[in-house]
Structure formats: C-alpha cells, structure tokens
Design a binder for this molecule. Structure first.
Ligand code: PLP
Length: 459
C-alpha cells in the first residue's frame, strides 16, 4: 500500500484557540465596524487574515534567538544574516529593516522621484502605496489570463513581456527607477512566476538599461512551483532554483515574515555597492544603524535560520500540500476560487459566490464578514476596498477580481482546521442567494484605507 502524505515536522508546543457563538460574533463584528482587521484575535477561531509573521518557528529558530547578539554595531547576528543572504540568495549587500514595507521605504526613498514609472506584475498594496505616496506611478503588466479565476495555468503570476516592453519603450530609462517583479504574485492569487518569465523580464530590463527589483516575500514558494511545474527544474534543489532566480535581480526587497518564517523582520539587498551606500542614509534615518536596521540581534539570528529551513523541499512540500488540501475540499463543494491553488493562500472568487451583492457594496468584504459570522474564520478582502481610490479622481477603483483571501499560516493549523474552513464556506455558499446586501464606508484614510476602514451595512 502506498503510504499517505504526512507533515515533515512534529508539534512541540501548542496554543489554545476558542470557539464562539454566532450571537457573540454578530456583536464583535458590529463593534469592529465590520472591518476584520479590527477584531481581537481572541474573537477568531481560525485566523486566515494573513500568513505574514503568523507561522510557527522551529526548535532551531527558538534556539537561534537565545544566541542573538544585541550589539549596536557589527553584531554577530548581523553577520549570520549576511552570510545566509549571500549563501542562499546571492546578494553581497543588504540593510535589515523591521518588515517588508520598511525595506520598500528605504529603497524607494533612495531611487524614486516624483513622476517616475515602475512597471511590474500586480504590485502589492504596500508597494503600490509607497510608490503612489511619492507621486510615482505603478504600471501593472501582469498577463491578462490572471484575471480569469477558472483558467488553469502553471504560472499565472507572470509579467506580459509585450506590455512591459511597451512601457519601457514609452518612457526614458531615467524615469524608470526599476521594474518590480513580485514572486509569488500575491495580488493575483499567490500565483507563481516562471523562471522563463524572470529571464525574459531581466533581458528586457538589460535591453532598456533599467534595474530589476524582485519583491521576494514568497520567493521559496515560487521556487517550489518552478521545480514542480517548469521543464528542466524537476531535478534541481530549491536552493539551486532560488540562486538562479536571484541571479537575474539587481535588488531584492523582503518581508521575512513569510518565507523566512519569522514573526517580524525584513531587508533590502543590493548587488551594487554604490546603491547600498546611497540607501544607508534612509536606513539610519528610518530604521536604525546599518548592522541592525529595524531588527534585534535575536530576530536576525532566527531569520538566518528561517531562510535555510524555508528553502528546504520537505518543508515547502508540507506547506503547499496543505493549501492544496483545502482547495480539494472546496472542489468537492463546487466553491469557485482562483485556480490553480496558489502558494500561501486560497482566493475565493467572491463575485461568483455573491452574485446579488452590487460591486459598490464591496462583494469580497461581504463574503469575509459572512464567513466570520458562520464559524469565526477570518480572511481578508482583496477587492475594491484594497484597490482604494484613484489618487487623482478620488473615485473608487473596481478591480476585475473580487477575492476573499484565506491565508494559511506556516506550520500552524492542521488539516482538521482546513476541513472546518471548507464546511463553513459551503454553508455560506448554500445560502448565497439570500445574501443581497453589502456594506458602505463610514470612515476611511486617504491611502491604504482597508486596514482601518469603518463600515456599516448598506441600505
Ligand atoms: C508581496 C509582498 N510585498 C511586500 C509586503 C510587505 O511586507 P510587510 O507586511 O512585512 O511590511 C507583503 C506583505 O504581505 C507582500 O506580500
């Protein structure tokens, strides 16, 4: 008999989570102004708000914490992190930051001027925010197929090289500080980018004299998909694939809370010593001295260990198979989601579920609230709320996709939890025709409103 698949770890420590009643959840979500970010985590049974910083560290990472060197300058932990970044990712120069958006802040403070253009594949919201805040323009060059949730493509996160070249041709190189390639493509559903596409994007960058930045939060998951799906990579190790991916990049920004499996941390890394030196001022001003930036020594140690563990095949196989397991459960119930299953999350196609909620009433947000009310499961809206308003006209932007993202934390929940998620979604799906009313905004920030927005039922 063939042995079934099992996780490549065992559990040493557990954390209690609590179920609640529907009446309690109705009160709590009302008090949270219908914003899932505002809920106390104690009011959530299965938390799928994000996979960012929510993973379980390993015994070796906890041990590494104890060995942290908290010296202000030249800490051992800094050199451990430097060694891991050089060894695993191939970058000589880096600046530690407290998380990914801080890496973006340091980088973009260094390279962006007002009016610049930054083409890429579905820039992540903080990336877009940092670009637009500087009055520069992110241009989305993702392949059109990414917007068709039912289309099964192995690399749905790819850049369309024709779209990218049109932008590179239209503007002079001085107006394009870099191309931003996000791996995996979070906003398009955690979809990977192929090595072939990375190579093509890099060739276009070289042709037009523009730098390539890889936004790398889930680079290891991307490498896993390359190994499993792209011809010529089946026999390569994840670490070999990772080295090749970053071989094409000039700069990387990293939210280490994802594929380096730490609770907090990030960095920006450079191939160019000159650019690294230029960026140091912004690191010192906004984060901290260049050998700790926004991180404590112990966290740099855990990050270095996490980079190593996060690029091991057995770990990645366990992780991705859990997301696939949830996808298989949803298939059983006929619930539509962005196909194929992404790396870190499942993205339910809210437009296909709640067909009677108008787009002006935030379809994916409405589905997120329904799922919370059903079983205390917290996902996150990737739709019109996140898309924000047009910075010039201030009109709401309505993206092609309205998705409810259910992020799976690393090494945290079991497949029994995934079964609960699938069953709760089925219950919502079964009563979908009775859900006709969404929400309207009562209060919002002028930028990145989704984190703090306050809502009330529409009509
Ligand atoms: C692709 C991508 N880039 C950047 C970030 C920002 O990282 P952080 O949340 O650590 O600031 C994220 C976070 O989710 C991300 O997914």
């Amino acid at each position: 008999m063939e042995l079934p698949f099992a996780e490549s770890y065992r559990i040493k420590m557990v954390e209690t989570i609590r179920k609640s009643t529907r009446e309690e959840r109705e009160q709590w979500i009302r008090e949270a102004k219908y914003n899932l970010f505002n809920l106390r985590s104690d009011y959530v049974f299965i938390d799928m708000l994000t996979d960012s910083g929510t993973g379980a560290m390993s015994d070796k990472q906890w041990a590494a914490l104890m060995l942290g060197d908290e010296s202000y300058g030249g800490a051992r932990s800094y050199y451990n992190m430097k060694e891991a970044i050089k060894e695993i990712l191939g970058f000589d120069y880096f600046l530690p930051t407290h998380q990914g958006r801080a890496a973006e802040n340091v980088l973009y403070s260094t390279i962006i001027k007002e009016g610049d253009i930054l083409p890429g594949n579905s820039h992540f919201d903080t990336t877009k925010g940092h670009i637009e805040y500087r009055r520069a323009i992110p241009v989305d060059c993702t392949i059109d197929e990414a917007a068709d949730t039912q289309l099964e493509l192995p690399f749905k996160g790819n850049v369309d090289p024709a779209k990218l070249e049109a932008v590179l041709k239209k503007y002079p190189a001085e107006k394009i500080p870099c191309v931003v390639l996000t791996v995996t493509n979070n906003t398009a559903g955690g979809q990977p980018v192929s090595m072939q596409n990375i190579r093509e994007v890099s060739a276009l960058c070289k042709k037009y004299g523009v730098a390539l930045q890889i936004d790398s939060a889930r680079f290891a998951e991307n490498a896993y998909f390359i190994k499993m799906r792209e011809k010529g990579y089946a026999d390569k190790t994840i670490k070999q694939i990772v080295k090749e991916m970053f071989g094409y990049a000039d700069i990387m920004t990293m939210s280490s809370k994802k594929d380096a499996i730490v609770n907090m941390g990030g960095f920006v890394a450079f191939k160019s010593e000159a650019l690294w030196k230029k960026a140091q001022m912004f690191c010192i001003m906004n984060e901290g001295f260049i050998t700790y930036g926004g991180m404590s020594g112990r966290d740099m140690n855990a990050l270095a260990q996490g980079l190593d563990e996060g690029t091991e095949f057995d770990y990645l196989e366990t992780r991705i198979k859990q997301v696939e397991y949830l996808g298989a459960r949803l298939d059983e119930y006929g619930i539509p989601y962005q196909r194929p299953v992404g790396g870190h999350a499942l993205f339910v196609d809210a437009k296909k579920v709640l067909t009677r909620v108008p787009k002006e009433e935030f379809i994916a947000q409405t589905l997120g609230i329904e799922l919370y009310l059903e079983a205390g499961i917290r996902g996150v809206e990737i739709g019109a709320m996140l898309a924000d308003r047009d910075p010039v006209t201030r009109e709401n932007r309505y993206p092609k996709l309205e998705l409810l993202r259910l992020a799976v934390s690393r090494r945290t929940y079991t497949n029994n939890h995934m079964d609960v998620v699938a069953a709760a979604l089925k219950n919502v799906y079964d009563r979908r025709d009775s859900i006709t009313r969404g929400y309207r905004i009562v209060n919002e920030f002028p930028i990145m409103r989704h984190f703090t927005v306050e809502l009330e039922p529409a009509r």
